[in-house]
Design a protein around this ligand. Structure first.
Ligand code: THU
Length: 126
């Protein structure tokens, strides 16, 4: 699956986001190295800190299905281009240092970064 198709997958779940507090809907689609795609959305909570971002939601779904090797993750939002938050960057880094992160205003204007670019010197327990 190419970057544009993965971004469109992320966009396709945007309506499922549960974001009544921020009204900032986010959809994510993570592509495994084996070619599977898992989607996720942000799920907010009355106790704001309990909110889960779309990226972690997608990755949790993949890991729950036994997938931990990721090639790329695309992120779409209802409010323009959205880059992953710091917690999500660290969450991605846990599973390898070569995941590609795809963002964009729309599917014809994508930006692609590596996790090393977005999270230099990420934390790992040794
Ligand atoms: N959000 C994400 O889903 N992913 C990010 O990387 C940034 C923020 C969500 C969390 C919250 O529901 C809303 O966007 C506003 O912060």
């Amino acid at each position: 699956m190419d970057d544009k198709a993965l971004f469109l997958k992320a966009q396709s779940v945007l309506d499922n986001a549960y974001a009544p507090y921020s009204n900032f809907k986010v959809g994510a689609a993570v592509l495994t190295k084996s070619g599977k795609v898992y989607t996720g959305v942000n799920v907010e909570n009355s106790s704001y800190g309990a909110t889960i971002c779309a990226e972690r939601s997608a990755i949790l779904s993949a890991v729950s299905d036994g997938e931990k090797d990721f090639a790329a993750i695309a992120i779409a939002s209802s409010s323009g281009e959205a880059y992953p938050c710091g917690i999500c960057r660290q969450f991605m880094y846990e599973f390898g240092d070569d995941i590609r992160i795809i963002t964009g205003e729309d599917s014809d204007n994508l930006n692609v970064h590596t996790i090393e670019e977005l999270l230099p010197k990420g934390f790992r327990l040794k």
